[in-house]
Design a binder for this molecule. Structure first.
Ligand SMILES: Cc1ncc(C[n+]2csc(CCOP(=O)(O)OP(=O)(O)O)c2C)c(N)n1
Ligand code: SF4
Length: 276
């Protein structure tokens, strides 16, 4: 028996280790929180599909012991939609970077949320494109230094939770790597939610975003997450200037609305009855 009572062997493809993530990268913390949530809600491994995009975060599905799939960049939610429609009994977990989810995959995000299809979206937001060398992404804060904004970024960032919420997602929450237990709690709620659920995990990339912006070591970046996070209720009383370089945390939605595959199944039943 191993020191972890078999937890690691149960959920990780240990033959694929060591992983590729840099020392201090936040990805490991988020994936740890996710598998603890999966274990706590007792998802059946044989009935769970993990799909991840292309990027550092995209490597996650390869390390996890579930039915796993890595489609082309930005198409995680498109494939997830097909898999869930083919077999609504499956738990479908989509792991995406902020680039994968909100730039090349942005259109799929808004439509998956609009349909309220019952999949769980896990977004690892490290504010840049990690795998390709630290270019700016749609969530890069203004004034940040990236490989493609060497004099400071001028675009306003997307708020992925706001985007999901206004598009129709029925469970939306955000936390960060300094609070792994809160992440686990949100993941549990998302995994058991009926409808489109999105949890955004603010995550550290010390090697690129951190280095280019002089944010310090992985440990220092991790501690800074705590200082940047503002509870939703407190944020409502703050000005946009006060919220600059901060992010709000909490649950933004937890609503009941008809789930897409259930409605689709009803249409199939209806057509079958009319035909017979
Ligand atoms: C169609 C397509 N366009 C571009 C790329 C190059 N590419 C690979 S990963 C990536 C961005 C990764 O950033 P993100 O999704 O935020 O993930 P991270 O690496 O930061 O975890 C890009 C642009 C690609 N592989 N395929
Ligand atoms: S480049 Fe950044 S996101 Fe990619 S593994 Fe390294 S620290 Fe993590």
């Amino acid at each position: 028996m191993s020191v972890n009572n078999g937890f690691i062997e149960k959920y990780l493809r240990t033959d694929k280790l060591p992983h590729i993530w840099c020392p201090g990268c936040g990805n490991g913390i988020v994936i740890n929180s996710l598998i603890r949530a999966i274990d706590n809600v007792e998802l059946e491994q044989e009935k769970t599909v993990v799909i991840s995009g292309i990027g550092c975060s995209g490597r996650a599905s390869g390390y996890l012991k579930f039915c796993a799939f890595q489609p082309v960049h930005g198409r995680v939610l498109a494939y997830a939609t097909g898999i869930k429609l083919y077999n609504p009994e499956l738990n479908v977990i989509c792991i995406m970077g902020d680039g994968d989810c909100a730039s090349i995959g942005g259109n799929h995000l808004i439509h998956a949320a609009r349909r309220n299809i019952g999949v769980t979206a896990v977004v690892l937001n490290n504010n840049n494109y990690g795998m390709t060398g630290g270019q700016y992404s749609p969530t890069t804060p203004k004034k940040s230094m990236t490989r493609t904004s060497p004099f400071g970024h001028i675009e306003p960032p997307f708020d992925i939770c706001d985007l999901a919420l206004t598009s129709g997602a029925t469970y939306v929450a955000r936390s960060h790597t300094y609070k792994p237990r809160i992440l686990t709690k949100y993941f549990q709620k998302a995994l058991t939610h009926k409808g489109f659920a999105l949890v955004e995990a603010m995550c550290d990339c010390p090697t690129l975003y951190g280095r280019l912006n002089k944010k310090g070591s992985g440990k220092e970046m991790l501690i800074k997450q705590k200082d940047r996070a503002v509870q939703l209720e407190k944020a409502k009383k703050m000005t946009p200037e006060e919220l600059e370089d901060k992010f709000t945390v909490g649950e933004f939605a937890n609503k009941v609305k008809p789930e897409y595959t259930e409605q689709y199944e009803r249409i199939i039943e209806q057509v079958r009855t009319e035909d017979s």
